[in-house]
Design a protein around this ligand. Structure first.
Ligand SMILES: [Zn+2]
Length: 140
């Protein structure tokens, strides 16, 4: 990411806009605080914050919340891809008292103006105490 796009994304008003994850909260009080360094307390919170990180193209956050055994060298953001909505369908485990969890969700996007949807079950586990993304089962 170049310096110009970085400064545009971190304008003073960035924290006040609605969170991309779909919860009725401002970005700064919702997923933005996880992107800023606070630990996500549940697998669902981590899932939402990772979706939001794709939406705001926060590669560093995506990489540090990815299990080291499955983490890619880098995250590519496709040009013309815009994440537009997230719907959590099912959660199992993943609470502050669990060490594993799965989250099934639908993520909506527009790619070059064409709407699309990703339906996926993601697996989460803990690494050094913090929730991390392990891998995904594509359900369609
Ligand atoms: Zn959020």
């Amino acid at each position: 990411m170049n310096a110009a796009s970085r400064s545009r994304r971190t304008s003073p008003r960035a924290g006040a806009r609605p969170c991309p994850c779909g919860l009725p909260a401002a970005y700064g009080e919702c997923c933005g605080r996880f992107h800023a360094g606070q630990a996500a307390p549940t697998a669902e919170a981590l899932m939402r914050s990772r979706f939001a990180a794709f939406a705001v193209e926060d590669e560093a956050y995506l990489l540090r919340t990815w299990h080291p055994t499955t983490r890619p060298a880098r995250v590519g953001f496709e040009r013309g891809m815009r994440w537009t909505g997230l719907e959590i369908e099912d959660v199992s485990g993943g609470s502050p008292f669990h060490t594993d969890g799965t989250v099934t969700f639908r993520a909506r996007y527009a790619h070059g103006g064409q709407p699309g949807e990703l339906h996926e079950r993601s697996r989460f586990t803990r690494h050094e105490g913090a929730w991390v993304y392990l891998d995904a089962v594509f359900t369609n």
